[in-house]
Design a protein around this ligand. Sequence first.
Ligand code: GLN
Length: 594
Amino acid sequence: MKYILVTGGVISGIGKGVIASSIGTILKSCGLRVTSIKIDPYLNIDAGTFSPYEHGEVFVLDDGAEVDLDLGNYERFLDVTLHRDNNITTGKIYKHVIERERRGDYLGKTVQVVPHITDAIQDWIERVAKISVDDDDAEPHVCVIELGGTVGDIEGMPFFEAFRQFQFRVGQDNFCCLLVSLVPQPLSTGEHKTKPTQHSVRQLRGLGLSADMIICRSQSKMDDDVKLKVSNFCHVDLENVINIQDCPSIYRVPLLLQQAGLVSFFARRLKLQISSPKSRTFLYKWRDLANRYDRAVEEVSIAIVGKYTKLEDAYISLIKAVRHAALALNRKLNLVWVEAESLEPVSQKKDPASYHGAWKALCSANGILVPGGFGSRGIEGKVLAVNYARTSKTPFLGICLGFQAAVIEFARNVLNWEDAHSTEFNPDASKKVVIEMPEHNPGQMGGTMRLGKRRTVFTEETGVLRKLYGNKDEIDERHRHRYEVNPIFVDAFSKNGMKFVGRDVEGKRMEILELPGHPYFAAVQYHPEFLTRPLKPSPPFLGLLLASCNKLQLFIERGCRISPSHEFGSIAQSDSDDEEVIAYTHSGATEDDM
Ligand code: GLN
């Protein structure tokens, strides 16, 4: 097993996660099996109780773990399925050690950060690195470990000490350390400044780890003399100083790293028998994606009616899912953020400008997306957005709370149950159309929801979503909710046109709804955004984008064809007709371009 530690210098938030996942992607393309571990040195046991404002989205894994959003990056880039233990937090490690102490496992010894916490960290990493993350259950060859935060943070200290020891435990040839550091360009001179990086490297060395490679993140391209300076002052070979400048899309990052000679670096440093990416298609595929992203001109606008609209990280997987679907159609995505609360009539009195602004934004979009959420703020605005989408026949996708909002809206305005609501927001509503699930444990926060991968069975032969999912009988998607559609009202909904076309295996829990006759009105109780991939867009999102571009019908008529000949699972254009339905058409890159 080869371990690649990726740490950060100067500041966090400069794309360490994307760089670490890109490294994994490159090694995977060389024929290696790659896994990854994300370390978050905070005390929380997991990300389940985080406010989206604080840390962005809570990402959910198949096994129901609520983890840091960076794990989403790894899953999407490496196309793997990670597990709960692939995310380590200080809280998890301490909990583990304290539980052992209570059991008497330390035989009366004083339990200390060194060696007990540091040993626990190393054991955890060695154990988890071996767990398969692919369908074939095979043990990985390489484990990319991203240590959150930056060198020198108090919280990170036990982890740095653990890795200092770890390099000897596993041997020099099996461990290397990369530092991703910011090289700022102060406006006054515009020059690249390497001093903060020098300090970070020195600090890292003080902790007993030396950087084998420094990846300098900068706004614009660094000159060779700046690289030379980093090399001289930071005790790193010039060829191991790499510059990744800001680029239009993250799809360029694997290409830039590959061009910088990463494969030969790892081959040398970790004694790996690799020479270049095994398939040239790897590079082709990323270049094609990056080009397509840069070159798309025709726009499609999607309004996201949410409540954390000030912080895009709060909806990161959702944005990825919409983007992947837009890329499949070669469309330039225009995301329109609409504050749900601003759509409510009270806001018209309080702040007429934001009220009218929000409605204008909503009405001008080609498609409307109502995402998941918790708490009552903005729920009425979401219901109003659903109402607009339904009555104006604007393509609509509702997710989790968006699914529940669609049910509430239909009950109020089609069934005329005026005070229909979810018991989450009005426990006294006369028509409780959305109710708490028995699993919910109200006394405790965190880990009390229906979480992770669950099966949905399609109950009807027809239906748009079933077609979009490739006509499968059943699908597995990830969940994160406490409330569900009240099954006693399902018949009333059905008779009036709202069809629950997907249910859980027992048929009692509503998972997918559709409104036949509407250009695209679909909502799902699960979170399809957690399983989207750049080249395998999530079907409900693909449907929304197709409908928003007026291409859904054509796509369905032509059999929802995913090209079998195309290695990346791309979506074909019809060969019988010149008109392109949706396309992974050529962006101009050819394999020989590499
Ligand atoms: N608050 C709703 C529930 O608990 C929806 C949750 C969500 O959107 N993730 O069921």
